[in-house]
Write a protein that binds this ligand. Structure first.
Ligand code: DGP
Length: 114
């Protein structure tokens, strides 16, 4: 499995503002935030894209959302609302090929996105 910047964050080889961690999941603030709250929730397992999610990963993917919802509550945006996004491959705007759920809120998120 190829090394990404996020696997280096998991291994603490490069710094990040980590706000949640358990055995399976890590969450840290995006280095280039697109909203007042912009957190990336990632599996520690190196899954490159949504296309690479397999049936055995279903519980893990669900956990990304329960962690995101917990962080949204802690960040005070659960009631006002927020957006969760997985970008996939080039047309989806994916830059880092380690699966990550964007949690963005603290402002009105416009729809449709660009
Ligand atoms: P995506 O385009 O969906 O692959 O999103 C990648 C996000 O990762 C992008 O919003 C910027 C963020 N990012 C890239 N490198 C780093 C890093 O080294 N640290 C942190 N905290 N975020 C990063």
């Amino acid at each position: 499995m190829s090394e990404t910047i996020f696997s280096k964050i998991i291994k603490r080889e490069i710094p990040a503002d980590i706000i949640f961690e358990n055995e399976r999941v890590l969450a840290f603030r995006d280095i280039n935030p697109q909203a007042p709250v912009h957190v990336l929730v990632i599996p520690k397992k190196a899954i490159p894209t949504v296309n690479d999610i397999h049936p055995e990963d279903q519980e893990l993917i669900g956990e990304l959302f329960t962690v995101a919802a917990q962080i949204a509550a802690e960040e005070g945006i659960a009631k006002s609302g927020y957006r969760t996004v997985f970008n996939c491959n080039e047309d989806g705007g994916q830059e880092v090929y380690h699966l990550h759920l964007h949690l963005m809120g603290g402002r009105v998120m416009h729809w449709p996105p660009g």
